[in-house]
Each structure stands twice: as C-alpha cells, then as structure tokens.
Design a protein around this ligand. Structure first.
Ligand code: ZN
Ligand code: ZN
Length: 572
C-alpha cells in the first residue's frame, strides 16, 4: 500500500507532539512520552520529506525506533493514529484546544481540568477574572495574568471585543482626539457613535464622529495624530487599527452637520431610515431636534434597534429606563466562604459605605460545586451565624442569606427542603453538564424554576461571550415558566455573560417577570459590573420598578417572604 505522499513533515511532527501532550495529560509512562516528543522534534528538523517511505525506511530514521515508526506508518496510511484517537475521545474538546495556548503545558492543564473543573478556554478566561487560578497548585498571580493575556490576545485575533474591554480605549481615544482636534479648532464636537454607543455587549469597531469648522483641513493633517495611525479611508471614514486589533472609524463632518451624522452613525440602519424619512435633512442643532422634527419623543441610543421604539416614541409611550442610581442593593455575590476573594464583612461594608446600598445578597456556591469550595450543610449553618452577627452590627444595612444553588442534572436543587427553607432567597444556576440539547436543557431549567424555593434563575444559558456558547434553551418556555412561578430572571452583569440576553428582556417584562441586575461579584471590585447589566437592561427596555434590586429594603423583604409563602410576585 502506498503511503500518503503529500503529508508534510510539519504535520506529522505536530500530530506526534499532540500525542505526547495528550499522553502527559493522561499521566502515561514518562519515558514513552519523552520519546514521542523527541521524535516530533527530530521529524520537524529533517532535511527531507518522510512521506512515501516504507515502514522499514522509517524505522531506521534517528529518534523513531520501532514503536514510533509504526505510529508514523499508521498516520501516513490512514491519516490518523488509533492511540491518538482514543486519547482524543477521552479528552473534552476544550481541553485539547487549551493545549494550543502558549505558556501552559499539560501538567497545568491537568490541574485546571481535574481540580478546578474547567473544560474550555472560555471558562478558563472567566476563572482568571475570578482569581480562581492563583489558589491552585503550581499557579500564581503571575501565571494567571500571563494566561489571561494570551487568551485575550487570541480573542482579539477575531477582531471582536467585549463592551467592557473596549471601554478604556473609548475613553482614552475620546480624550486624545478632542485634545488633538482642539489644536486647530476652538470647540470641536466629538462623540463615540455606532454599536458601542448603543451599548451592545460585543463590538467589532469603534465609530467616532467629529463636527468641525474645517473638516477637510483636519483630514489632510490627520497623519500628525500620533496615538493612532489613520492610514486608510473607507466610505468617507478615516480608518485606523488599535494596537489590540480593534478597528477605529472616524468621520469628520462640517460642524452644522454634526448631529445629523452622529444620529446616522449611531442607530441601526432600519431605525435611522425610519426616523429620517419624517425628519428631513436638517440642519439640526441636536439629536433631540431630529426626533422632534420627525414627530417623535427623544429615543436614547441604547434603544435605537428598530424593535418597536419608534412606535412607542410616536405614542409617547417610551419606557422610563432604569439607571445606575436606581439600584438599592446587590444580589448574587460570593465571599471567601466559597470562591470569593473578600469576606462577607468586607463585601457588606463596601456596599454600605462606598456604594451607598441598603442590602447585600450573599450567594456562595452550593455543595456540588466542589471546585468552588461549595458549602455543605454544616457550613451553611455556620455562615448563617456569621451573617446574623454582622446584621446585628451593621443594621439598618442588611445581608440576605442566599445561596447559588447548582441545578443538578435532573433539575433538582442542591439541598433538601429542610436546608432550603433557611435561606432568605435562592439563586438557581447550572454549572455542570453544559452540553445538553435544547429539550433537555429547557426541561432541566423548568424543573428548577418550579421548585418553590427558587427565587431567581441565575445566568440562564451559561454563555461566556466570545468564548463559550450557552446551552440551547427554549426562551419562551423558560420565561413563561418563570412568569407562572413568580421566579425572577437574572441579568448576570459580568461583562462576559450579560445573560439573560437583552433581546429577551422585552418578552419577559411583557409577561410580568421581574429581572435582577446581579454582578455575581467575587470581590469588591466586581460590584461595579452592575453598570454593564444596567446598560443591557436599558437596551431591553427595563424600568426601575421591574428590577428586583431596585426595590427598597422593605419591598424586597416583602418580596422574599411572599415567595417563601407561595405568593406570586410580579413586576409592578
Ligand atoms: Zn454561577
Ligand atoms: Zn455566582
């Protein structure tokens, strides 16, 4: 039989290298691992192609020997190696992908997989952000930061960025551009536009619009702007690339056309078209004037998605959207009792003294989340004693006794009713067995929603933006079940999650379901993520009265006790 004469040495070497990594990952004989790795190295350096050689010829190549030449022969004959296929079959896909990350070898990946329960790069990135790696054997802050950087670099390779990742760049560019434009123009008009201004969770470009007395002159001198190189043009835009690979588009308009251009480059196409049809060509002194001219109430950028907002604006029925200032407390947060960085007291004091909130909902992990030091029954009681003591000291501020209960495979919660009844509220979330089909995932969630102790459904799909798809769910059925059982749906405000997706907020709110902007904070800085939850909540049309953690302390106490008594709660 003729061997595969087209397979390059590089491919053969890469395959053997993967084999050696997987052998190491599965703790096989170190001597064998070394010889396979060594053969990979040797083949890569050979000055001639080995495809087309006979088994006998292969076996005399330096570093191959009898057993490895047999593997190479199999590879050339069949295009794969049985041993490699077996190992691949026993390794989650995401773990294999991790082997391709520079700087973490199989040993570290084994710890990540077996001790931290992490199975793909998205989860690994999330864990870095939650500081979970520094606790593990063989890791430290430095390794964690390095891994985080490599993953961010990989993510950037796709040209897409989380809103939160782009935010510092937007601020910096706005500053640099307005300074630079200010040199030749007395009062330049400048604003971010595009998807970022609409508050989309992921952006693939940043659009800036400037209004200038002499746009052509400024354009001619743009090469002197040093923070970025605007070295291309596209449909009237100046184009530059940020050092991390995010595309920047700058539009220079005559000053009297600024607001019209800002408007055009902010809303999505359908929205812009529909409004301009009635507003005419201007000139306009503000965006408000454009809407007024079109016979509409002013529509805030987050809503400019052509999802019914124009009809609402015409009927003077736009929702009064929630703002950061409306929040009165923070639910779903972790402490050192499970995988958090700060103590309950530190978390509470930060909420009370720095954020001026009235309450904190503490939701450490439940017992099945072994990798996150989840609480067994004894530790639940001990934690409740600590909370009672803190509440006595911190009143009128209140810490609610919550738990983030794993939703088990069959949809049941992680404790018996005897334990569950002691919590003030329960956030129910899926953390394990994420690979389910839609029917299974939906049934699993609905069973948890129907549990009388479930107060809030946590991160409903488990997605990690740009890195892990959520499990598929039937949104309508899940939301309907929440409505029928008075269960609140979380907007997990971590910028990687933003789950429930804002595209489903309207439907939930129409059904009378309350939403809750939960930071899922694992340290005090994490509370600030609530701003991203508010942003997508605004996109979804969320009003303060429909948001659980915008309730006053008295109202939320009432809500929790109603729920425990089986009384349904609805958005007011
Ligand atoms: Zn969770
Ligand atoms: Zn959590």
């Amino acid at each position: 039989m003729a061997t595969n004469i087209t397979m390059e040495n590089k491919t053969i070497a890469r395959t053997l290298r993967l084999l050696s990594q997987l052998m190491e990952l599965h703790s096989e004989n170190p001597f064998k691992i070394k010889s396979v790795a060594n053969a990979a190295f040797k083949i890569d350096k050979l000055p001639y192609a080995i495809a087309g050689k006979s088994l006998e010829e292969l076996s005399v190549i330096d570093g191959l020997g009898k057993s490895i030449s047999a593997k190479v022969w199999e590879l050339l004959q069949k295009g794969s190696i049985t041993e490699l296929q077996d190992l691949l079959g026993n390794t989650p896909e995401g773990i294999v992908e991790m082997l391709g990350i520079k700087g973490i070898g199989p040993k570290k990946i084994l710890t990540i997989w077996k001790e931290l329960g992490i199975e793909n790069i998205g989860e690994l990135y999330y864990a870095c952000n939650e500081n979970r790696l520094i606790e593990a054997k063989g890791f430290g802050l430095k390794t964690q930061e390095e891994i985080k950087k490599v993953i961010e670099f990989q993510m950037a390779g796709h040209g897409k960025f989380l809103y939160a990742q782009a935010a510092p760049l937007v601020r910096k560019l706005h500053e640099d551009l307005s300074l630079w434009l200010g040199i030749s123009e007395p009062a330049p008009l400048l604003s971010i536009a595009g998807a970022y201004r609409r508050g989309l969770e992921v952006v693939d470009e940043l659009v800036f619009v400037a209004g200038l007395a002499q746009p052509e002159q400024v354009k001619a001198g743009i090469s002197r702007f040093t923070p970025l190189q605007f070295d291309a043009q596209e449909e009237g835009f100046l184009i530059a690339m940020s050092p991390f690979g995010l595309k920047i588009r700058l539009y220079l308009a005559p000053a009297d056309d600024f607001y019209r251009q800002l408007f055009i480059h902010t809303g999505n196409e359908a929205h812009v078209e529909a409004v301009l049809e009635n507003a005419g060509q201007g000139p306009f002194k503000s965006e408000e004037a454009i809407y007024r001219q079109a016979g509409l109430d002013y529509i805030t950028p987050e809503l400019r998605e052509a999802l019914g907002e124009i009809e609402q604006a015409a009927a003077h029925q736009l929702p009064v959207l929630i703002t950061d200032e409306d929040l009165r407390g923070s639910l779903h947060n972790h402490s050192t009792w499970s995988d958090g960085v700060h103590t309950i007291e530190e978390m509470a004091l930060y909420c009370r003294d720095t954020l001026k909130l009235e309450y904190l909902g503490l939701c450490d992990h439940s017992r099945s989340a072994f990798y996150a030091n989840g609480l067994n029954e004894q530790r639940v009681y001990a934690q409740h004693q600590e909370i009672d003591a803190l509440n006595a000291r911190l009143a009128p501020f209140r810490i609610f006794k919550g738990i983030e209960s794993d939703i088990l495979n069959d949809g049941s919660l992680d404790y018996s009713d005897d334990i569950l009844k002691h919590f003030d509220f329960v956030v129910a979330s899926v953390h394990s067995n994420l690979r389910m089909d839609e029917q299974k995932a939906t049934a699993r969630l609905i069973k948890a929603i129907e549990n009388p102790y479930t107060t809030i459904l946590g991160h409903p799909t488990g997605r990690l933006l740009l890195s892990r798809k959520g499990y598929p769910i039937d949104y309508t059925k899940v939301i309907d079940a929440c409505a029928a059982n008075g269960v609140v749906i979380e907007i997990n405000a971590n910028p990687l999650r933003l789950d429930l997706d804002w595209r489903w907020h309207r439907y939930a709110l129409e059904k009378g379901v309350l939403l809750s902007v939960n930071p899922d904070a694992h340290r005090i800085e994490g509370f600030h993520d609530m701003q991203y939850g508010i942003l997508v909540g605004r996109k979804g049309g969320l009003q303060a009265k429909q948001c659980l953690n915008a309730f006053s302390l008295t109202d939320i106490e009432q809500h929790f006790s109603n729920k425990k008594a089986g009384i349904l709660n609805f958005a007011r």
